[in-house]
Ligand binder design. Structure first.
Ligand code: NAD
Length: 247
């Protein structure tokens, strides 16, 4: 029975948006591979809570651990249908404070937010192509940011890394179709522990966004599920900002 379930790997899924995506895809009938860098207890607890799930730990800053994560995800049920590249890091630096945006910050954000998702897709591509042979294209969803679409965001290196991820999404969509569909969800502000103190942004979303609120992690999980459910969408960057970009 479990053998026949499609399998989804969600990176960074013990907290915030990733945990909501893991829960949503489990609800949609996927066997889920929960992943985190360090919170083993939370990962095992979430995997135990879901109908069919397992937990894998890997620090995505390291090449070897990226390779091991995909190997373990595929080994869990012998297949991989969906990869959600949700893990990412941010640094809050006022855009005018150019000195604080050091090369170290640029390299760290680029490595985690661009290079790691790309390498995970490269590692997962053979297994995702197999999904197409079973009848549905494999699927990648990258979690980028509205900061990668508009000149906004926690810092210039963060916004630039997410803009790069959006472009990588389109490039991969083109090169991997028709066997693998690649898309991105680009959230605006999302209510997570990370953004609880971002009062200015909270006010902006409450007062200026057409939807009059920030997104919940479940809103973003729903957007990811829409892209996963499609048989046709490829290379889309689904801006999920409650319409703030319209104002
Ligand atoms: P979060 O901090 O709860 O989630 C980030 C996840 O990435 C965590 O699980 C963390 O363990 C993982 N991660 C970080 N470094 C890692 C590493 N070296 N190896 C493995 N995993 C690592 O924050 P979140 O808000 O849920 O963010 C999830 C994604 O959504 C991120 O890509 C973030 O950039 C993006 N995003 C968030 C918001 C927001 O308002 N919260 C807005 C736009 C985009």
């Amino acid at each position: 029975m479990i053998d026949s379930l499609p399998v989804a790997l969600v990176t960074g899924s013990t907290s915030g948006i990733g945990a909501a995506i893991a829960r949503r895809l489990s609800h949609e009938g996927f066997a889920v591979v929960v992943h985190s860098r360090s919170s083993v207890e939370a990962g095992e607890a979430l995997a135990a809570e879901l109908a069919c799930a397992t937990y894998v730990q890997a620090d995505l800053a390291h090449d070897a651990e990226r390779v091991a994560l995909i190997q373990q995800a595929v080994a869990a049920w012998g297949r991989l249908d969906v990869l959600v590249n949700n893990a990412g890091i941010s640094r809050v630096i006022p855009h005018a404070d150019l000195g604080a945006a050091t090369s170290e910050v640029w390299h760290e954000l680029h490595e985690l937010n661009v290079v790691a998702p790309f390498h995970l897709v490269a590692q997962a591509a053979p297994a995702l192509r197999e999904a197409a042979r079973r009848g549905r294209p494999g699927c990648v969803v990258n979690v980028s940011s509205h900061a990668g679409v508009r000149p906004k965001g926690a810092s210039i290196p963060y916004a630039a890394s997410k803009a790069a991820l959006n472009h990588v999404t389109r490039l991969l969509a083109l090169s991997l179709a028709p066997d693998i569909r690649v898309n991105a969800v680009a959230p605006g502000l999302v209510d997570t522990p990370l953004t609880a103190e971002w009062t200015q942004a909270q006010t902006l979303w409450r007062e200026r966004s057409p939807m009059r609120r920030a997104a919940s992690p479940e809103d973003i999980a729903q957007a990811v599920a829409l892209l996963v459910a499609s048989d046709y969408l490829a290379g889309e960057i689904l801006l999920s900002d409650g319409g703030l970009n319209l104002t």
